[in-house]
Every structure is written in C-alpha cells, then in structure tokens.
Design a protein around this ligand. Structure first.
Ligand code: NDP
Ligand code: 2IT
Length: 449
C-alpha cells in the first residue's frame, strides 16, 4: 500500500471509529475490507464520488427489541435482540441469527457487514444481514428454548419475508430453533413461505444445508491447496469448534483422506494423535447433536482432552478455525507457523485477529477468509430459497454438485482478484475485492439511495 493509500485508509477509519465508538468487532471487520479495497477504490473516482465505502459501512437499518419470556419456574426473563439489515443492493437481506451471551450490536454489525460480501461472492441474489440475541441457550430446557423463539418471532415477523429478509441459523441456532421460529411465523402470518432457511427436510428444508458450511469449507481448502500444487489428502488438520460447521468440516475431511487431529469447545480441545476415524466422528456427532453434551465427556483411548486450551499448539499442516470470532490470535499464529502450517482455512466468521493475519501473511501461509471459505452455508440457504420458490426439492447429489460448483467459482474469483506475482494468491484481498466490486457497482447504478 502506498503512503497516499495508507493516509486515505487512516482517515476513513478515523471517521468510522468516530461514528461507531466502542464497536471493536465491527471496526475490525471494516478495517480488513477497507485495507483490501482502498487501492482499487482510489483508482475509481466515480465510486469515491458516490461515497460507496462510507455508505456500504452504514447499515440500512437496525431493529432492536426486547424479548420477554418465562422460565420453567415461571420467572420472567428479558433479553435484547437485534436484526441488522445491512445492505440489500444484491437481493433480499440474508443471514443467520445468533443466540449467545456475547452477542452485542457490534458483533451483529460485523457479521452483517461480512455477510454482504460473502453473499456477493456466492453469485446468488442475496443482500447482507445478521440478527440474534444475548440469550444464552446453554442449560435451558426444550420448552424454554421454544418460548424464547416464539417470543422473539412476535417482533421479528414484522420485519422479515421471503422477498424482504430471510434469516437462518448461526451459533446457538440450529434446526430446532429455526423450526420453532418458523412455526411461530406461520401462526402469526397465516401463510407458508420460505421465510427462514435451515428448515427440516420434511417442511421445505434443503438437502445438504446442515452439512453445507463445513463441506464447502473443505472443498474450498482442497481447491486452494490444489491450486498451489498440493491437496488435503493425508494432511493433518487442526479443527476448532464442535458445532455445526466444525462437525461437518471434520466429516468431509475424513471422507477425503485428511487426518482430523483436534476438535474443541469453549472448555478445551480434544487431541486425536492419529486422526479421527468415521466411527469416532459419529460418536462425537451423537454426543453434540443428539445429547447436547460437552467434548470433555467424550471418552476414548486415542483422544486426550486439554481443558482451558485452544488447539493451535498441536502440530498440523492445516488449521481450520470453526468456532467463533478472534479465536486465533498472535500466540496461536506463531505456534502454527513454528510447527510448519501451510494453510489456514476459516470455517468461522473472522476467527483470526488482525495481528495473526499479519503473521500468516509474512510467513506466506495460504489464508482463506471466512467470507470465501464458509460461504457454502449461505449458498445452500440461497438454493433452499430457490427450491421453496419453485415448490420443488432437489436431491442431495444435485445440491452437493451445485455447492461444489459455487465454491469453485468463489475460489476462482479469489484468484482473479487476489493473484500476486507468479501463482501466489492473497485470498483475503481477492475475496474482499471480488465481493465488494459487485455490491459497489449495484449501489452506483441505483444512484443516491
Ligand atoms: P454452533 O453453535 O453449532 O457451534 C459453535 C461452536 O463454537 C461450539 O463448539 C462452541 O462451543 C464454540 N464456541 C462458540 N462460541 C465460543 C466462544 N466464545 N469461545 C470458544 N468456543 C466457542 O455454531 P456454528 O458451528 O453454526 O458456527 C460456528 C462459526 O461458523 C461461527 O463463527 C458462525 O458465525 C460461523 N458460520 C456458521 C454457518 C452456519 O451455517 N451455521 C455459516 C457460516 C459461518 P460451546 O458449545 O462450548 O459454546
Ligand atoms: O454466517 C453465515 O453465513 C451463516 N450463519 C449462514 C447464513 C444463512 O443465511 O444461511
């Protein structure tokens, strides 16, 4: 970056921080995108005159509301919930809902912002949004979860619709929560429409949606390694998380012959020196999905549990962070580099801190950012919307084919926009520029809206 570009970036960030004080996650996500696109932006005066960067970093609207619900003991609880409708230049708002005590407006703004460019990269007509609540689903009964979802939908239903805004799952929101939300939406609106994705297969859900984020991440990672003369086969992969994304990333890694050496949750990680077998994977899936258990409960002679630690000190060829934002910082990045990591492929959204990104760049580690490598989930959500609109459902093989095709296209887009020198690709720049250009073009065409 030239000193003139750096000056513009600093000035822009100064303004953004002033407008969004204390929203550190949002500032971090914007900084990452603005750093990549600034050189291109400054060369295109028409976009600059139209203030595209300033406008695309200001959400279209944020809806904030209280969700009141009753515990099983009939005590009243109140949580805060949001829907950040960030940008619908490319299509109806689209993005997940997160239930986690760490949810704040800043977290949802960063997620909604990332979603704009991720959705743009899929090539499907979807705008960017995110929502959720600081509600903590851990330790709640099934009935409490249901009451919370129903109460949340009493407000949310006014703001969503199949051509307006289509929520889905994210941390703490899976098929069970989407079903409760969808049931309540139908009751309130008295109509069936594809207003949420990630639905059950018997009521409009798409085949492969559950698997899509994890599988897509592995497809992307394999393409990235193949483009650089290698592949995932035989590689040791440290996966973090043990939720929807991590489980199905691990499943696909095993299927294509990689060794999954770790999985984690917020209490620690398990180390499986020789790699997870399909049988062990199924035991962990059942523990997490069917019994909502903890990894520390997983007992196996070939797995060690390390409490209170993250998996990044384990020697591996590939790191796949699939848990949450900023879970891979400077110490983790240094340990990975020291152990010879070749690639980092993000299943989570913004799992890598700015300092860690710098370390990977300096050490020429291939680094796929979530907005490219985890786009498979929202892509199959987009396919679920199409199937609902057509009142048909495609078989799993067809959805999987389409998913693979979309991930290949995203990879190609990163190559087109991010190749530096001979055969070296900066996937962060490539995905940011690739995602941004299309949104900017649409916004310019709409005029001053
Ligand atoms: P789940 O709720 O299914 O699983 C989340 C996993 O991450 C759990 O193992 C959880 O551990 C761990 N985790 C969550 N928060 C923290 C934290 N603060 N510290 C340590 N560990 C944590 O969520 P998903 O798998 O759906 O989502 C994981 C990531 O992938 C998120 O960043 C999400 O935004 C992103 N993503 C999800 C998509 C989807 O389709 N679901 C699509 C694209 C991206 P514990 O149980 O202990 O909390
Ligand atoms: O971060 C994400 O892309 C998701 N949580 C999935 C969003 C969606 O609408 O399927």
């Amino acid at each position: 970056m030239t000193s003139a570009e750096q000056k513009e970036l600093d000035q822009f960030m100064q303004g953004l921080k002033k407008r969004n004080p204390h929203e550190t996650e949002f500032q971090q996500a914007v900084y990452e995108v603005a750093t990549s696109v600034m050189p291109w932006y400054l060369q295109h005066d028409e976009y600059r005159k139209a203030q595209i960067l300033e406008r695309v970093t200001e959400p279209d609207r944020i809806i904030t509301f209280r969700v009141t619900w009753q515990t099983d003991e009939e005590e009243i609880r109140a949580n805060r919930a949001w829907r950040v409708q960030f940008n619908h230049a490319l299509g109806p708002y689209k993005g997940g809902l997160r239930f986690h005590p760490s949810v704040t407006q800043s977290v949802l703004k960063f997620l909604g912002f990332e979603q704009i460019f991720k959705n743009s990269l899929t090539g499907l007509p979807m705008g960017g949004a995110k929502g959720g609540s600081n509600f903590n689903p851990k330790g709640k009964s099934q009935n409490e979860i249901m009451r919370f979802c129903q109460s949340m939908m009493i407000e949310l239903h006014r703001h969503i619709g199949e051509d307006i805004d289509v929520p889905a799952g994210d941390i703490g929101v899976g098929a069970r929560e989407v079903s409760y939300l969808f049931g309540q939406y139908m009751r309130l609106e008295n109509r069936w429409s594809g207003v949420l994705t990630g639905k059950g297969l018997s009521f409009g859900g798409s085949a492969v949606r559950k698997e899509a984020t994890g599988w897509g991440c592995v497809y992307f990672c394999d393409d990235m390694l193949k483009h650089h003369g290698d592949s995932l086969e035989g590689k040791r992969v440290a996966v973090s998380g043990s939720g929807n994304v991590a489980l199905y990333a691990a499943q696909k890694l095993i299927q294509i012959g990689a060794k999954v050496v770790t999985l984690s949750d917020s209490n620690g990680f398990i180390y499986i020196k020789d790699g997870l077998t399909e049988e062990r994977w199924e035991a962990i899936r059942a523990l997490k999905e069917d019994h909502r258990g903890r990894l520390s409960e997983f007992k196996s002679i070939d797995a060690e549990f390390h409490g209170g630690e993250r998996p990044w000190n384990v020697p591996c060829d590939v790191a796949m962070p699939c848990a949450t934002q900023n879970e891979l910082g400077e110490p983790g990045a240094k340990a990975l580099v020291k152990n010879g990591v070749m690639a980092v492929c993000e299943g989570a959204n913004m799992p890598t801190t700015i300092d860690a990104i710098k370390i990977f760049r300096e050490n020429h580690v291939l680094h796929a950012p979530g907005k490219a490598s985890n786009a498979g989930g929202v892509a199959v959500s987009g396919l679920e919307q199409s199937q609902n609109a057509m009142r048909i459902s495609w078989p799993a093989e067809e959805v999987d084919q389409r998913l693979q095709h979309i991930m290949k296209n995203i990879h190609q887009r990163c190559i087109d926009e991010g190749t530096i020198g001979i055969n070296r690709v900066d996937y962060i720049d490539g995905s940011n520029i690739g995602g941004f250009k299309k949104v900017a073009e649409a916004m310019l065409a709409y005029g001053a809206v």
